[in-house]
Design a protein around this ligand. Structure first.
Ligand code: CA
Length: 407
């Protein structure tokens, strides 16, 4: 192991070639004859890795890079494709897919990371998300940004780090990037195996996407005299960008619940705004039930109301049917992890979102899943004890289930 000053050694090699950089660099390791492209082990003594390819990355079903640790510094690098990232791609992101196969007894959740160098110094982007052996592929995006006010850039996926911290040197690494490095090193033993794929510069998706998809939960009072509706946004954009039209003449913000006192059918629309201008709108029709009429039951057998002790919950989903039988959460209650088990008729992309009871998304994960019996393992060790809503979205279906976290 030992992640030491391998980049400094490379300074002597003097890599001054500037690539044309007409297209953003992207290493997908798919080429059948030369999957490694311009990647190679670092010079001795820091290039002690063995490499191979495997398949398939569950994000895109493609071939990926396998990195295995050997004794000594274990870096795999590319000194050609990722030069001068800040000069050409400032404001974009560098993405990578990561999978932990063997942690060589590391025994702790591991933060995937990727390192850039200006030939002398290096900075490492450390993902917030953690993986454990076999826990699945994760996709991470690191911002290609300069430091600001002496603080290194970060985003929702993680943060840039360096030691010692020096904002000016960091900015030089971004502007005058010479190399990118990845490593399987975690422990002083040599059993680590990691997979990398799709190390690509692309626009940072997220904030500018318009997404007005939502779910609405309606809770009818025990008496049936009123129904409270609450919006759960699908997007992680700020709720302040949205307004909801409740379909009864009321327009409000999406964080405030709404009370219906009259039964009937209402068209509820959520709109995302940019300033004063609406950008996108999603609507759903909901049905507010008639009040339970006390004492008007025709016979004794009807005296038991479905709306008894606890308020009944009616759910309307956005243009799709809930298919709760398609997915099982195991275990539930869960502690440190939950497996979303499914049996898919065909391969497809599955997104899982776990939200707390305020509707705030606390975990989101997306994977391309093969058909048949499959599962997505989700690390829940950061969740506090309580009740959560797990929303599982496939190509054209949305399903929600309640998850209890018990610590
Ligand atoms: Ca690939």
């Amino acid at each position: 192991m030992v992640r030491i000053y391998f980049f400094a050694l490379y300074l002597l090699m003097g890599s001054l070639m500037i690539n044309a950089q007409n297209t953003p660099p992207c290493s997908d390791f798919n080429d059948p004859s030369n999957p490694y492209g311009n990647w190679s082990p670092a010079p001795a003594p820091n290039g002690n890795v063995s490499v191979g390819v495997g398949s398939a990355n569950t994000f895109d079903g493609s071939q990926f890079l396998i990195l295995k640790d050997l004794s000594g510094g274990s870096w795999y690098q590319n000194w050609k494709d990722y030069q001068y990232l800040g000069k050409f791609f400032l404001g974009q992101c560098i993405y990578f897919d990561f999978y932990l196969e063997n942690d060589s007894g590391y025994g702790m959740p591991y933060h995937p990371n990727i390192t850039l160098s200006d030939g002398t110094n290096s900075a490492t982007f450390v993902a917030n998300i953690t993986v454990t052996p076999g826990s699945g592929w994760v996709r991470v995006k690191a911002p290609i940004q300069l430091s600001s006010g002496g603080v290194l850039p970060s985003n929702s996926d993680g943060a840039w780090t360096m030691s010692p911290m020096n904002a000016a040197i960091f900015d030089n690494i971004i502007m005058n990037t010479q190399a990118i490095g990845i490593s399987p090193d975690m422990t002083s033993t040599q059993q680590e195996v990691v997979f990398f794929d799709n190390i690509c510069v692309k626009p940072c998706e997220g904030c500018n996407e318009c997404n007005s998809n939502f779910k609405i939960q309606t809770t009818t009072s025990t008496s049936g005299n009123f129904t409270i509706a609450q919006i759960f946004l699908e997007s992680t954009n700020s709720p302040s960008l949205y307004k909801v039209d409740w379909g009864d003449g009321t327009i409000g913000d999406v964080m405030t619940s709404h009370t219906y006192t009259n039964p009937g059918s209402y068209k509820v629309c959520v709109t995302q705004y940019e300033g004063d201008k609406p950008k996108c709108t999603t609507c759903v029709e909901i049905c507010i039930p008639k009040p339970f009429q006390v004492g008007k039951a025709v016979n004794n057998t009807n005296l038991t109301s479905p709306l008894k002790d606890i308020a009944a919950i009616a759910r309307a989903e956005i243009g799709v049917q809930s298919e709760t039988k398609d997915y099982t959460l195991v275990p539930n209650p869960a502690k440190n992890y939950v497996d979303v088990q499914m049996n898919l008729a065909k391969k497809g992309n599955i997104s899982v979102k776990i939200s707390d009871m305020s509707g705030k998304a606390v975990i989101e994960k997306s994977e391309t899943i093969e058909n048949g019996r499959q599962s997505i393992k989700i690390n829940t060790e950061k969740l506090i004890q309580g009740t959560y809503i797990v929303e599982i979205k496939s190509e054209n279906k949305v399903s929600s289930q309640q998850l209890l976290i018990s610590k």
